[in-house]
Design a protein around this ligand. Structure first.
Ligand SMILES: NC(=O)c1ccc[n+]([C@@H]2O[C@H](COP(=O)([O-])OP(=O)(O)OC[C@H]3O[C@@H](n4cnc5c(N)ncnc54)[C@H](OP(=O)(O)O)[C@@H]3O)[C@@H](O)[C@H]2O)c1
Length: 265
């Protein structure tokens, strides 16, 4: 596995850096959560808080250190949950697992492949992702079920009506994923989906990479368009890693969710 060694700043007290290795034992030990269900978000931001660079993609904020952690977070997930806007912007097609991490998945009893669950209100998911190699589910509500069924096929549509709006009930969607044997959900954004997941009190943990770049511009934060969370979930820093290029990789525990379901604005 390429990528730099990472210093663990918090919790303090480690004497050795987390060295890269094909099966990434240090990162797996740090990031694995043996829990019955988990919704973990993983996002990257610039120092000035942008969720994408001038090319409208988050990849331009990435770094080798971010790629290292990103790969391990994916390898520990049953399903990647992502908004249709991000699928369109980033060109999602497949979720490959690095060779060394395939054995890790096997050892943990995870399926070889990671399922891709695309959240959409409209039901419109790019053809390329539906015909690509990934095992794809389309998560939608009443507003998108007809379009999604026509393009993806009924067996790939997770119809979770909210009863309040024409989008999906995100809590119901997570329940449905768990019921399908996909209890570890990795939410990869984008900012609007993350805002809605936070608003619904569904995010247990936020892994946030800060890339050592300042981009200016008018990109959203990693959370966009959501209602104010009043009060927001208390965030506890579970760990903080540092790469030689200045990248900071934090993991925030949002457990407790005092704001679950309560929003204002
Ligand atoms: N910094 C990062 O870590 C990161 C991560 C991911 C993406 N990004 C960047 O973020 C930008 C895209 O931002 P975005 O906020 O538009 O992304 P997004 O949340 O993925 O996309 C918004 C679209 O996703 C669907 N969606 C989101 N929330 C939904 C909900 N609660 N219910 C139903 N559908 C929902 C809708 O699709 P329909 O239009 O089909 O209804 C909506 O139009 C891109 O530039 C991408 O590169 C950054």
């Amino acid at each position: 596995m390429p990528g730099p060694a990472l210093d663990q700043l918090i919790p303090a007290g480690r004497t050795a850096a987390l060295a890269p290795a094909p099966d990434e034992p240090d990162l797996v030990a740090l990031l694995r959560r043996p829990r019955a269900r988990l919704v973990r978000a993983n996002m990257v931001a610039s120092v000035d808080g942008a969720a994408h660079g001038p090319d409208d993609r988050s990849g331009s904020l990435g770094s080798p250190a971010d790629a290292r952690v990103f790969a391990v977070l994916r390898a520990l997930a049953d399903v990647v949950l992502v908004g249709a806007g991000t699928v369109r912007a980033e060109g999602y097609r497949e979720l490959p697992v690095a060779a060394g991490l395939r054995d890790v998945r096997r050892g943990l009893g995870l399926a070889p492949g990671i399922v891709l669950a695309v959240v959409t209100r409209s039901g419109r998911v790019p053809e390329e992702v539906l015909t690509g190699p990934a095992d794809v589910l389309v998560v939608t509500g009443d507003g998108g079920v007809r379009e999604a069924t026509a393009t993806a096929g009924a067996d790939r549509v997770l119809h979770v009506p909210s009863g309040e709006h024409d989008g999906p009930d995100l809590g119901g969607a997570v329940d449905a994923l768990v019921a399908r044997g996909l209890p570890h959900v990795l939410a990869e954004g984008g900012p609007r989906l993350l805002g809605d997941l936070l608003g619904a009190g569904l995010v247990d943990e936020l892994c946030l990479t800060t890339s050592p770049v300042v981009v200016g511009g008018s990109a959203p934060r990693v959370v966009a368009d959501g209602a104010w969370l009043v009060p927001g979930p208390a965030a506890r820093l579970a760990h903080l890693l540092h790469a030689p290029d200045g990248t900071l990789l934090a993991c925030w525990d949002l457990g407790g969710h005092p704001s679950a379901g309560r929003t204002a604005g």
